[in-house]
Design a binder for this molecule. Structure first.
Ligand code: B12
Length: 460
């Protein structure tokens, strides 16, 4: 027996976050590693496999293990469903939970005794070691996996909490961020057939060229998961794989899902030069930091990016107040936002700007500055805006300021699942009067600049 079943629970179609399905790179990366090592991998994704419950029930019995993944939010419910199905149909099959949410909330998940093992952060080495052990007939326990990186599990003993209560003891193995990304096999897209994710309007293909982020933004979980390290694929490999994917799967756009594609400016210029040498125009989207765009424009004419296909750049601008950007540890200023948008606009590149309102500590003057800046930017031809109300995510600096350490907060997974950032968070209501005022102004702005604020208003 060498079959592994992986379940992807993130469902942006069901939550209304997206009008097209997104490829689950989370389990695709893990599945690709396992397949390259000879394991037989089945990926089930609730976005595109409407019969996933039935298929999971059928497949769980003779699997070495079932792996599940999701992000923080309503998709946790899909993972909880998947776990119940496996426990019911195949009580002896180990269940392993990985990905962003499990990494950040691993203690609480284990104390609820939901799964056997949690993989924290990068899962490549951990999953391969565990699959090989299971294939050799070795059961997963605190003793047998003590040398495997990035795991958390119970060891069957009890720990005493700060208040004197007792709870199951959680063991964590050594945490390591990814090594050299270039030693990983390419993602094997045939495991999911990317074209099943396309619809009539959008044929989006997800691809990633780097992991991690060196910055320390207070609202973001990346500093915790990447320990502020950054690892990347060599430009040659990026371009060869992009061209191969473009030809094989004929997407209408490729989304580069790096936390920050522009961490190394020289790598960006190398990728552009290699794409130019290919003589092909792809259709690419990427995340960049505003200050990186400004620095990039000092070494390369941004029209060259546009010419090779970078048609839209996602910019986390967050606030129009320098006081708030400092408090968020953003490492960029309002001047960077203004300059980056102007530079991209001049090069004909869409700026997909993202804004957070009602931040903790934000005063009326900060909010006014944000609203003034988004009004100014909306007048740019290629400016697009997505507005959010602040929601605290687990294991971020701002969450800990508001609620204390995530690992001690006593929240259940059902509570986290109710924290829908689009329909309003059950964990954090913010200041309803502030939110109402912001929303009124954004509605007025959308009437003035419909192109910039299409599909972009937050819900109260
Ligand atoms: C793509 C993406 C999305 C896509 C999801 C596509 C999909 N089908 O998965 C969409 C746009 C839908 C999305 C939505 C949201 N996202 Co998002 N997203 C990302 C993004 C840009 C890339 C994620 C990715 O694919 N990485 C590449 C893969 C390979 O990495 P990975 O998932 O971490 O997987 C590795 C490990 O975690 C582990 N692993 C993962 N799963 C498993 C499973 C097993 C069994 C094992 C063993 C290991 C394992 O191994 C993998 C390889 O090392 C990240 C930021 C970033 N660049 O990292 C944000 C990010 C993950 N998202 C984030 C947020 C906040 C959200 C939303 C909550 C946004 C919102 N509504 O406010 C929603 C929630 C969606 C939902 N319904 O659950 C946060 C983290 C949130 C969190 N605490 O979970 C991030 C980090 C952005 C940020 N900096 O704040 N997102």
């Amino acid at each position: 027996m060498n079959k592994v079943v992986l379940f992807a629970g993130v469902d942006p179609l069901a939550t209304g976050e997206s009008d097209y399905a997104w490829h689950p790179l989370s389990v695709l990366s893990i599945g690709s590693i396992l397949k390259a090592d000879g394991f037989d991998v089945l990926i089930l994704d609730c976005q595109v496999d409407p019969d996933w419950r039935h298929r999971l029930r059928q497949a769980a019995g003779d699997a070495l293990f079932v792996g599940v993944t999701c992000m923080t939010g309503p998709s946790i419910n899909n993972v909880l469903d998947a776990i119940n199905i496996v426990r019911d149909a195949a009580p002896h099959t180990p269940v392993i939970w990985g990905g962003y949410h499990a990494t950040l909330a691993h203690q609480a998940i284990l104390r609820e005794r939901l799964v056997d093992v949690i993989v924290r952060g990068p899962g490549e080495n951990a999953v391969l070691a565990m699959a090989r052990r299971l294939a050799d007939g070795i059961a997963l326990s605190a003793d047998t996996v003590a040398d495997v990186p990035n795991l958390a599990l119970l060891d069957g003993r009890t720990a005493i909490t700060a208040t004197g209560a007792t709870e199951p003891r959680v063991i964590r193995t050594n945490y390591e961020f990814l090594g050299d990304m270039n030693t990983l096999p390419p993602m094997d897209y045939s495991l999911i057939d990317p074209t099943r994710y396309y619809n009539d309007r959008t044929r989006d293909l997800s691809y990633i060229t780097s992991y991690g982020c060196p910055y320390a933004c207070a609202f973001c979980s990346e500093p915790q998961t990447s320990t502020r390290k950054w690892k990347s694929l060599a430009p040659e490999r990026v371009v060869t794989e992009l061209v191969g994917l473009w030809r094989t799967y004929a997407p209408s756009q490729i989304s580069l899902l790096d936390p920050n594609f522009s961490t190394n400016i020289a790598r960006v210029t190398d990728i552009v030069a290699l794409l130019e040498a290919e003589g092909l125009r792809l259709e690419l989207r990427a995340n960049m930091r505003t200050r990186d765009v400004v620095n990039l424009a000092k070494v390369i004419d941004l029209r060259r990016l546009q010419d090779v296909g970078f048609s839209a750049i996602f910019l986390g601008c967050e606030s129009g107040s320098d006081r708030m950007l400092t408090a968020l540890r953003k490492g960029a200023t309002v001047a960077d936002t203004r300059d980056a948008c102007a530079l991209l606009d001049k090069a004909g590149i869409i700026q997909l700007t993202s804004w957070i309102h009602d931040l903790p500590g934000e005063e009326a003057a900060d909010s006014d500055e944000t609203l003034a800046l988004v009004t100014e930017l909306a007048a740019l031809e290629h400016n697009r805006q997505k507005h959010h109300f602040f929601m605290p995510f687990p294991a971020t600096e701002l969450y800990e300021q508001l609620f204390g350490k995530t690992e001690d907060d006593g929240r259940t997974q059902a509570e986290w699942a109710a924290s829908d950032t689009y329909g309003g968070s059950s964990l954090y209501a913010g200041r309803p009067d502030v939110r109402r005022r912001v929303l009124e102004q954004l509605i007025a702005l959308k009437q003035r600049f419909p192109h910039a604020l299409e599909r972009s208003l937050p819900r109260l």
